[in-house]
Design a protein around this ligand. Structure first.
Ligand SMILES: Nc1ncnc2c1ncn2[C@@H]1O[C@H](COP(=O)(O)OP(=O)(O)OP(=O)(O)O)[C@@H](O)[C@H]1O
Length: 251
């Protein structure tokens, strides 16, 4: 099915009638949304509702039990070509290679997927590290970084190949509130500076309200999404008790 927004611009990502399941056990069904280009889209909901599972479907690690996922309005994953270059992913652990410096970690995707020479790669690494507030930290090892710095280095690596879509799984997990706030600001800056479309899984209320242009709430009980839209609008207008309890809980 072809999908365009009211402005005629194709969405970066469209999900239609998606059912996600492990074997016969359905995690969520009737999942349906568009993510516009340059939008920050948040996947939220309580523990075990299927947030990470949805993210894995969006990056092609899991296949839909039913329904479809389209990119650029009308292209299935198989038609996308170079997925490794088009998607940037930051998994929950941030997982940098501990035996490599920060600079080497960010350079790795450039060495694998581009034909760029050493100096060009060094310049790209310096730019990406500056972007995340780690200018000049190329030679540090991950073990010597704070949790927040490690997340930002992981973000620089996820951005190494200038992806169209950046996928973030619980980026602020394990961070103190100040580092978490800094990371949210950085996510907003990246979208504003690079125009990257961002899909982010989180259950952190502060992050949801700080960054989301649009969010989907996956209900763990009913196993269908029960709200979609701007989180503030959801808070103001949704009459769904679970959504209200989630958005009004003490963080
Ligand atoms: N590999 C798997 N095989 C079978 N069931 C799984 C598998 N991975 C996850 N599940 C189940 O699918 C449901 C959704 O899991 P998922 O990890 O996507 O939820 P989540 O919303 O990301 O949770 P959390 O916030 O706790 O990380 C859960 O009931 C989980 O137990």
């Amino acid at each position: 099915m072809r999908s365009t927004s009211e402005t005629g611009v194709k969405p970066a990502l469209s999900v239609r009638g998606l059912t996600m399941a492990y074997g016969d056990v359905v995690v969520q069904r009737a999942v349906e949304f568009d993510v516009a280009r340059g939008e920050i889209f948040v996947i939220m909901g309580g523990s075990g509702c299927g947030k990470s599972t949805l993210l894995k479907h969006l990056i092609g690690l899991h296949r839909p039990a039913a329904g479809e996922i389209l990119y650029d309005g009308d292209t299935p994953l198989e038609g996308l070509g170079d997925i490794a270059r088009r998607f940037g992913v930051l998994f929950q652990g941030g997982a940098l290679w501990s035996s490599m410096t920060v600079g080497e970690n960010v350079a790795l995707p450039l060495e694998i997927f581009t034909g760029l020479g050493r100096e060009e790669i060094a310049a790209m690494v310096a730019f990406k590290l500056a972007l995340v507030g780690l200018a000049g930290r190329e030679d540090l090892y991950p073990a010597s970084l704070s949790g927040g710095m490690r997340k930002r280095a992981g973000l620089a690596r996820a951005l190494a190949l200038d992806p169209d879509i950046l996928f973030l799984d619980e980026p602020s997990a394990g961070l103190d509130p100040i580092s978490s706030r800094r990371l949210d600001d950085l996510i907003l800056q990246i979208r504003d500076m690079l125009g990257t479309t961002i899909v982010m899984v989180t259950h952190e209320l502060a992050s949801i309200f700080a960054v989301a242009d649009k969010a989907i709430f996956l209900d763990a009980e009913t196993k269908v999404p029960s709200a979609i839209g701007h989180p503030q609008a959801m808070l103001d207008t949704s009459d769904n008790k679970t959504v209200q309890a989630f958005l009004r809980r003490e963080a």
